[in-house]
Design a protein around this ligand. Structure first.
Ligand SMILES: [Zn+2]
Length: 320
C-alpha cells in the first residue's frame, strides 16, 4: 500500500474513533435510592415474575390492596425517554452496604468482601486492592485513569462513607436529610459539572423500616423522592450539560413488611433506569441484570479499563 493510502486509512480510523468517543457521555450522575423496591414503580411485573419463579408465593408480596404503586412522574419520564429494567437483582443478602459496594465496585460480596448491612470494612479479604488499599471501585478507576476528572459523592447515610476511597473524590458530602442531599448535589452539578457523581437518598428506606414497605406512606415517600430526582435532573439542565450527561437511577434493595436482607423478589428486585446521552435502544431492558453491572456500565461509558476481578457486564445493548 502506498504511504498516502496508509495515511488516509489512519485518518479515517482516527475519525471513526473520535466519533465513537463523542457518542459517549462526559458526565454520569448515579442516583441511588435506598430501599426503592422495583415493585413500587408503575410498570413493574413483580407479581407475574414471582408467580413464574416461585411455587410458594404466599409471603412474597405486599398486600394487594396496597399495591397501587407510587406516583413518579420524573421516573416515568426517564423510563419513557430512556431505558430501564425493573428486574435487576440485588446481591444477597439484600442489605445496604453489601449492595452499595457491589453497585460501585463491579463485583459481588464474595469478591469485594463487604458482606453485611453496615459493613465498614470487608469481612472477607478483598480479592484485589487499588492504590488506596480498597477493592477497586468506579471512583478509584476514574481517578487513576483520568486524574483530572471531577468526582463527587453526596450521601445521606453515613455508611456510604466507608465504601469509597476519600482520596479519589473531589467532593465527599455526608448530608442530613434527603432535602439537603438533593440540594447539595444540585449545587455541585451546577457549579462543578462533575464527570461522575454518586448521590444517595435515604427517606424511602427509612419509611420502609418505620411504617412498612408497600404502605401508602411508603409510596408517598417514593413520590417525594421522585421530586428530589426531578430537582437533580433540572440541575443538569441548568448546568448546561444535559446533552452530555447520562443519569442512572437504581437502588440497593427493596423490602418487605418492615425490613429487607432476605431472599424474596420484593427485596431483591431493584429498578435500573438510564436516561440521557448515548441511549439508543429505549424502553424495557429484558436481559438479566445485576447491581454490579452498574459499575461495569459506567466504566465502559467512561472508557475505563476494568480490573480482572470485576464480574459486572456493561449494558452495551442500550447505547449507541
Ligand atoms: Zn439500604
Amino acid at each position: 500500500m502506498k504511504k498516502s493510502h496508509l495515511l488516509t486509512l489512519f485518518l479515517l480510523l482516527c475519525t471513526i474513533y473520535t466519533q465513537a468517543q463523542n457518542k459517549k457521555p462526559k458526565h454520569i450522575i448515579l442516583i441511588g435510592v435506598d430501599g426503592l423496591g422495583a415493585y413500587s414503580i408503575p410498570g413493574s411485573k413483580l407479581r407475574a415474575i414471582n408467580k413464574q419463579l416461585s411455587s410458594d408465593t404466599s409471603t412474597n408480596f405486599v398486600d394487594e390492596k396496597y399495591h397501587t404503586k407510587a406516583k413518579v412522574p420524573t421516573l416515568e419520564k426517564l423510563m419513557k425517554d430512556g431505558a430501564y429494567s425493573l428486574t435487576t437483582r440485588s446481591v444477597l443478602p439484600s442489605s445496604s452496604a453489601v449492595n452499595w459496594a457491589s453497585m460501585t465496585m463491579g463485583a459481588g460480596p464474595e469478591i469485594h468482601g463487604y458482606t453485611e448491612w453496615g459493613s465498614k470494612k470487608p469481612e472477607l479479604p478483598s480479592r484485589t486492592l487499588d492504590r488506596y488499599g480498597m477493592f477497586p471501585s468506579i471512583f478509584s478507576l476514574l481517578k487513576d485513569q483520568k486524574p483530572d476528572a471531577e468526582i463527587g459523592v453526596v450521601y445521606e447515610w453515613d455508611g456510604i462513607g466507608y465504601l469509597f476511597p476519600k482520596k479519589a473524590v473531589s467532593l465527599d458530602a455526608n448530608c442530613e436529610g434527603d432535602s439537603a442531599t438533593a440540594l447539595t448535589a444540585s449545587n455541585y452539578i451546577i457549579n462543578k459539572k462533575p464527570n461522575l457523581l454518586f448521590i444517595h437518598l435515604h427517606d424511602v428506606d427509612h419509611i420502609g423500616h418505620s411504617i412498612g414497605h408497600g404502605t401508602p406512606e411508603y409510596y408517598k415517600s417514593v413520590s417525594q423522592t421522585d421530586a428530589y430526582i426531578g430537582q437533580i435532573v433540572q440541575a443538569v439542565q441548568k448546568a448546561g450539560i444535559a446533552d452530555e450527561t447520562l443519569i442512572i437511577v437504581s437502588a440497593d434493595h427493596g423490602g418487605i413488611n418492615k425490613g429487607h436482607g432476605g431472599k424474596t423478589m420484593q427485596e431483591m428486585n431493584i429498578p435500573w433506569i438510564a436516561y440521557g446521552k448515548s441511549i439508543k435502544k429505549k424502553g424495557e431492558i429484558t436481559e438479566s441484570m445485576m447491581t454490579y453491572d452498574t459499575a461495569a456500565t459506567i466504566a465502559w461509558l467512561l472508557n475505563l479499563k476494568t480490573p480482572q476481578a470485576w464480574i459486572g457486564r456493561p449494558v452495551k445493548q442500550i447505547f449507541e
